[in-house]
Structure formats: C-alpha cells, structure tokens
Design a protein around this ligand. Structure first.
Ligand code: FES
Length: 314
C-alpha cells in the first residue's frame, strides 16, 4: 500500500464473462494477504488501464476479504474506463486501487426491498447475500433487457423472494413497481441502476418517509454533451497547447497527450482534479466549486470552455 494515498497495487487474479458485455474481475494483492474490509454497498475506485478512474461496487463478502470482486459492463459510450477494463485487464494485470468507501450502506431495519437495474445488481447482490446469511427478510427485484444481458442470473433467480424481469427494452414491458410503493412501508429500499429506473423509484416513493429509500448513483454529472465543440487548453508551465476534441474531457485530452493528471471520481463530485484557471471562460459542470471560486478554478474532469480557449495552471 502507498502510505501517503492509501492506494494499493492489486493484480487481476481471475476474470470471467458473466453475460453479454459484462465481465467479472477478481483482484488480490500479488503477494496474497488480507485487504481492507468493507460492508455491502461499498465500492472501490480503480485506475483502469489507460488511466481513467472508475468506481465499481464490490460484490463479494467484505468481512475479512483477501480478494475484491467487481463486475464491469462494457459501455457503448465508454470514454476509456469500461472499454479498457474489457480489452486490457487480464489475469496478471496490475491496477492501482483506492480502499473501499461506502455511500450506500445498509441501515438497520427489520426488512428490505432491493431494486437493481442492469449492472446495478452488483451492490444489490452483495446486500442480498449478506441479508440472506443473517436471516433478515428482503425482496429483490432485478430488471434487465434480456437473459443474455443479465449478470448473476442463476444466482439471483435462486434467491427466495427474488423477481427477475426482462423488458426487452420495451417501455410497455417495464416492471410496474407501483404495488410496492402505493402504501408507504416500514422497509428500507435500496435501488441501483440506470438513471430512468432511479428516477422512477424517486417519483413513486415521493410520499414515503424521508430516509427510507436509498440510491447508489455513480453517474455524477454529464461531462460530454452532444452539442459540445472542440477547444484548446494551454498549460501555463510549459506553454504546450492541447486540443480537447468535442467528445473528450480536458482531463482525458491531457492524459491522451501524455500529461500527468490527478483525478478520482471523474464525474465532477470529488474535487481532486481542481485546477487554477489562468485565463478563458469556463463552462462549469461540476458539483464542487462554489460560485466565488468559478472565475479562478476549473474541475477539468467535466468542465469545458464556454467560448474560445483556456489557459490552466498546469
Ligand atoms: S476527479 Fe473528482 S471532481 Fe474531477
């Protein structure tokens, strides 16, 4: 472990295909030995091959782990993270990993409703396994497009109280959650999945007591939008000018150009990539900077130039 940052150099020790475009990776210390423990709902941040930082929920039991198990969906719109994991992370590949963090931990309750959509099954399955082991009642609803795109299908289908629903991507075929939310219950609800699913559950549970419905959302803010355009970033220290293409972030363009970068969430929420803005007008898209900081700083993982080019203190 790197004592200054807590980062660990872990090795891919296992890889298996779970479903179409979804692979499971097992990570361990090259020399073996225990890893920091974690509770269901925790995630790790991995520096993926190529340098993009990505967060992945842990699937395995974290009581005294000597491995971390994650499942990664190859995203069609991948800007480096999931694509690099699928094409380059093989048994023996070393990856830098931050210790587990948990923003989605189970609170004590007498029963639970767990809802997963697609790859959102990863923290939900970890919860289901833990609840089943301790004998706590829960229901699990798992929605995917088709069996071929369903990770851990057999295991989830075998869980008593679990429902697996395939909608074929047809809106008329979406699972109807209303029966579960019409009357506010005493259970705690945990939901992880694509934005439309989480938006639906938020809408259906608006009349529930505050704090009963929990969401895991790794999406952060939208870093690249369809109408974005290219611009240039000049590095104040070297004078080097780097083109940021319309479909790349400043951070990605710097990385692509071989510049050293520091980042963590890469979704505008953690503050790690904060950088002084020497000149230019920024289009701020992060959730970190305060208004009074916006003329002097920029979060390069998500923000861009509003017009013209930028000069940053790098
Ligand atoms: S890396 Fe987290 S805000 Fe940019």
């Amino acid at each position: 472990m790197d004592g200054s940052t807590g980062k660990m150099a872990l090795q891919v020790t296992g890889r298996r295909q779970l479903a179409r475009d979804i692979a499971e990776f097992t990570l361990a210390r090259p020399e073996g030995g225990q890893l920091p423990s974690f509770a269901p709902g925790a995630h790790i941040t991995i520096e993926t091959p190529g340098g993009a930082m990505r967060r992945y929920s842990l699937v395995n039991d974290g009581t005294a782990p000597d491995t971390y198990v994650i499942a990664v969906k190859r995203e069609a719109q991948s800007r480096g993270g999931s694509e690099a994991m699928h094409t380059q992370a093989q048994p023996g590949t070393q990856l830098m990993v931050d210790p587990p963090e948990n923003d989605f931990a189970l609170v004590a309750a007498s029963k639970y409703l767990l809802i997963a959509g697609g790859i959102g099954i990863t923290p939900i399955l970890s919860m289901a396994r833990a609840l089943a082991a301790q004998g706590t009642p829960f229901k699990l609803i798992y929605c995917t497009r088709s069996p071929e795109e369903t990770a851990y299908l057999d295991e989830v289908a075998a869980i008593p109280g679990a429902t697996v629903h395939h909608d074929q991507g047809d809106i008329d075929n979406f699972y109807d959650f209303w029966d579960h939310f019409e009357t506010p219950g005493t259970e705690h609800v945990y939901c992880c999945g694509p934005a439309p699913l989480m938006e639906e559950i938020k809408a259906l549970s608006g009349h529930w007591a505050e704090g009963r419905v929990h969401f895991e959302d790794f999406a952060g803010v939208e870093a690249v939008r369809a109408d974005d355009t290219a611009f240039s970033v000049k590095l104040a220290s070297s004078g080097r000018e780097i083109l940021v293409p319309a479909d790349r972030t400043i951070l990605e363009a710097l990385r692509d150009a071989g510049e050293k970068t520091v980042s963590s969430c890469e979704s505008g929420t953690c503050g790690t990539c904060k950088c002084r803005l020497v000149s230019g007008e920024a289009d701020h898209r992060d959730l970190v900077l305060m208004d009074e900081e916006k003329s002097d700083y920029i979060m390069i993982c998500v923000s861009r130039a509003k017009s013209g080019d930028l000069v940053v203190d790098l």
